[in-house]
Design a protein around this ligand. Structure first.
Ligand code: UTP
Length: 471
């Protein structure tokens, strides 16, 4: 152990991280093994470069970025809001055909720590209090089941949608157990494939890796853009190739209204031969804290609200609409070939983002402290940073109240929280019933995704409903 420790110390000194061994003489033999394991797992050269690159992005000049910003050109975008019913049907049929041919996969990003929601289990397991008590995972699983049936009905051939679930050290075990306990929500277990993203150490602002315990490094998942490396390392791309998958719908776990494997979006992207697509909603106000999809120089990007000035965010066009209006909702289309090219060629070029966070640490007295203000940074890659590598990009606008309600916070925030998510689902379902001819809908009336994916298949003409009930 003594020579070992010298070897580690030399290596750590090279990267100015020797403080990681400062409690060596105070920890037990088992703890020593854990600490060495944590240190050995780090590619210190790589993470030091990550830190330097990420921290330099904090100095970016917002005015310089503002000057380069342009809205998305009309030629790459279309909207569900002004497409004709015939166009929507054409897209939908293309998407359903792709599903029926077994060429569709869903890539669910569920590796985040969900710190704002603040529960101790993965966000996908959360039940927002719908009459059915269904979790986000269950709602999504049932939408997949329903779509497979719709595609089969239309094309008389059953194709399976493969569900790849990106997890992390923070979520993998509980997610696996949850799916097992719920019998994979009646999906074929073979078509539900969980894989794990990487972790990165957390740093102080001056570049020291933080100790979470005397024998443990503080680490966090490497962001939802960690997906690309994980797709390769965990051989998911090989699995996709074997299954002949072409179209992939990637989305976050926390949008309760998400149209999983949305055939209209798939069909739209297929009709445009897009390699990379993004679904957007109209930004609700200039100050809404969502990223906007736009052009910077010649490439497509998501620019975070915090990266531009309020003045630019407030600009309007001649019709009075926000100039930068395309709100990003973490909802993407990728071809398998595009994902392969990212993993093989561009992964190392992805931007690194810095999030200042409250990261528990061990203080000078050797006590673990949970700080009340941000004291360090997490480095993250973002899923949308691959847009600049797209050769044929497509943007699809949808209606927020039909497709987007995120679960980010706990109820005290009053926005993007369990009660707003619950309300948005019930409101949508009420609208579906009204559109299908129901006379009155009172109370909480929920429609199972097994019955209806997007408002179809409701024989309710002249009927009245009083909740709480689940149809
Ligand atoms: P967010 O950035 O909202 O993070 O993730 P989060 O973990 O859900 O919540 P906070 O910020 O800690 O409160 C958007 C989507 O990306 C996934 C999340 O699971 C969510 O679906 N994600 C995020 C990952 O898969 N991996 C990550 O490392 C980070």
């Amino acid at each position: 152990m003594a020579t070992d420790i010298e070897r580690h110390l030399t290596k750590l000194r090279e990267f100015h991280q020797e403080h990681l061994l400062q409690y060596w003489d105070e920890i037990s033999d088992d703890e020593k093994l854990l600490l060495i394991k944590d240190i050995e797992e780090q590619n210190l050269k790589e993470v030091s470069t990550y830190f330097a690159t990420a921290i330099s992005s904090l100095d970016a000049d917002h005015l310089v970025l503002d000057a380069k910003l342009r809205p998305i050109p009309a030629k790459v975008s279309a909207s569900a809001l002004n497409s004709t019913p015939e166009e929507l049907e054409t897209y939908q049929d293309l998407g359903l055909k792709e599903i029926s041919d077994g060429r569709v996969a869903v890539l669910l990003m569920a590796g985040g720590q969900g710190t704002r929601l603040g529960v101790s289990y993965p966000k996908g397991m959360y039940d927002v209090g719908l009459p059915s008590g269904k979790s986000l995972f269950q709602l999504q699983a049932e939408r997949i089941l329903r779509l497979q049936n719709l595609a089969e009905l239309k094309y008389k051939k059953r194709g399976s949608i493969t569900w790849y679930i990106l997890t992390s050290e923070a979520t993998i075990r509980a997610t696996r157990e949850f799916f097992k306990r719920h019998n994979y929500f009646n999906l074929n277990e073979k078509n539900v494939i969980m894989f794990e993203q990487g972790m990165l150490p957390c740093f102080t602002l001056d570049g020291k890796i933080i100790l979470d315990e005397k024998y443990r490094l503080a680490r966090a998942p490497d962001g939802n853009g960690g997906l690309y490396r994980a797709l390769k390392v965990q051989r998911i791309l090989e699995d996709m190739a074997e299954k002949n998958i072409r179209s992939i719908h990637a989305h976050s776990v926390d949008n309760i209204l998400v149209k999983v494997a949305d055939p209209i979006f798939l069909g739209y992207c297929l009709s445009r031969s897009a390699d990379c697509g993004v679904k957007v909603v109209e930004k609700s106000s200039p100050t809404e804290a969502v990223g906007v999809v736009c052009q910077v120089d010649d490439s497509y990007q998501v620019v975070e609200y915090s990266e531009i000035t309020e003045e630019t965010a407030s600009l309007r066009d001649e019709n009075g609409r926000l100039k930068f209006i395309a709100g990003n909702i973490c909802n993407h289309y990728f071809t398998k070939d595009f994902l392969q090219s990212i993993a093989d060629v561009h992964e190392t070029e992805l931007k690194l983002h810095v999030a200042k966070k409250k990261i528990p640490y061990v203080n000078q007295k050797g006590e673990r402290v949970v700080p009340s203000t941000p004291n360090g940074i997490k480095i993250e890659k973002f899923v949308f940073d691959v847009f600049p590598f797209s050769k044929n990009f497509a943007v699809w606008e949808v209606t927020r109240k039909e497709e987007f309600s995120a679960l980010k916070n706990n109820d005290s925030a009053n926005r993007e929280c369990p009660s707003t998510a619950r309300k948005d689902v019930l409101e949508l379902h009420k609208n579906w019933l009204k559109q299908a001819g129901a006379t009155t809908v009172e109370g909480d009336v929920e429609i199972s995704p097994l019955v209806s994916y997007a408002g179809e298949n409701l024989s309710v003409e002249g009927k009245s409903f009083k909740g709480p009930i689940v149809l």
